[in-house]
Write a protein that binds this ligand. Structure first.
Ligand code: 5AD
Ligand code: FES
Length: 366
């Protein structure tokens, strides 16, 4: 297998379709090589605080959708979040990720801006926010408060499937948000679920190509897991009979997006208990997001079933991830681990471009 000059659907589909165990392993190894060459062996730790599970939306797959009345709704107060941020710094984490359901309000958005300002003033952490679709002026306000990054998955690149899954939003609106975030100079993360009911390999290929087209700084992807209290509770993951396809999707995402931060997402551990995130780290991922949500609230933030670490404190997750990394022979990322575009040129950057004219070094042959 050689580096692609241009990635098109046919080339991506060819990789996604690998069947033999040997070919899958060759693909995983190739993704690991590209990850090492382009992103290094350091794994950036981004502690995630799920600070509220209130949500105004009814996405068909999501456990905290508004219509799920079994969920006990909560919002952490700012003092608690600041305390979690300070503790994160104490265990070597350099980014705080603040995530919640999508519950827009002018007051809430302004309060979030003040919180971002305080975290930036009182800690050395980079701040990432992940709270859904908002108008451009709200993203601009948060940027002016010191926000570094924003995560907003597009979930699927197929407009019809997107519309079916999201009664409150369409794909063009989601892409408008991603465009606004990027044009405001925020480091922008997108991504998708793998194996949504109705997903085809063609859609999966287009998801990966859309990440490249959007030139994302971060890509979050993980298996779709049916939550029993949602309309998709009885649906199956499209790759239920071939769960390795999720890692194939991750590996191909790395090959097509060599310079992007890709986390080993929690959903991989839900599908492959105890091994999922470790395997993700050796099949293309270079970021880990330990949970820093208070234990008392973790069980109320179940987007999908089987979420790991429900009884672990933030410190326990921090220790656990360090032992995972040392087992894998990886180091902890120092500094904030900003997007590549902010710190080019980077150590190990090839001095001469690929002889084939592509934008990454030649890949080993499979
Ligand atoms: N299975 C897997 N991932 C899910 N997410 C939400 N619900 C599920 C589910 N049932 C993912 C979405 C969202 C991210 C925060 O969690 O991709 O963007
Ligand atoms: Fe949470 Fe291992 S990452 S306990």
């Amino acid at each position: 297998m050689r580096a692609q000059k241009r990635w098109d659907r046919k080339a991506v589909l060819e990789l996604l379709g690998v069947r033999a165990t040997r070919d899958k392993q060759a693909l995983f190894d190739q993704a690991d090589t590209v990850r090492r060459e382009r992103m290094g062996d350091a794994v950036y730790l981004r502690g995630i605080v799920e600070f509220s599970n209130s949500c105004a939306n009814d996405c068909l797959y999501c456990g905290i959708r508004a219509a799920n009345h079994r969920v006990a709704r909560y919002r952490l107060d700012d003092a608690e979040i600041l305390d979690l941020a300070r503790r994160m710094e104490g265990v070597g984490q350099t980014t705080i990720v603040l995530q919640s359901g999508e519950a827009p309000s002018r007051e809430g958005d302004a309060a979030l801006g003040r919180l971002i300002g305080r975290i930036k003033a009182e800690t050395g952490l980079a701040v990432t926010l992940s709270v859904g679709n908002r108008p451009r002026d709200v993203y601009a306000l948060w940027r002016d408060c010191g926000l570094d990054r924003y995560l907003l998955r597009f979930e699927t690149s197929d407009p019809t499937l997107f519309a079916h899954l999201h009664p409150d939003c369409d794909l063009s609106e989601r892409l408008r948000c991603l465009g606004d975030l990027r044009s405001l100079g925020l480091q922008t993360g997108g991504g998708f679920m793998v194996g949504l009911p109705g997903e085809t390999l063609e859609i999966l290929a287009d998801n990966i190509l859309l990440c490249r087209e959007l030139d994302l700084d971060m890509i979050g992807l993980g298996p779709f897991l049916p939550h029993p209290d949602t309309p998709l509770g009885r649906s199956q993951n499209a790759y239920a009979l071939d769960p390795d396809r999720h890692f194939v999707a991750l590996a191909v995402t790395r090959l097509v997006n060599p310079d992007t931060h890709i986390p080993a997402t929690t959903a991989f551990d839900a599908l492959f208990p105890g091994t999922g995130r470790n395997l993700a780290l050796i099949r293309g991922a270079n970021v880990f997001m330990p949970s820093a949500t208070p234990v008392a609230r973790r069980g109320d933030y179940l987007l999908y079933p089987g979420k790991p670490c429900l009884d672990e404190t933030g410190e326990a997750c921090a220790r656990c991830v360090l032992s995972r990394l040392s087992t894998l022979g990886r180091t902890v990322g120092q500094g904030p681990g900003h997007a590549r575009r902010l710190d080019r040129p980077w150590p190990g950057q090839p001095a001469t471009p690929c002889p084939e004219g592509c934008d990454h070094p030649p890949l080993p042959t499979a």
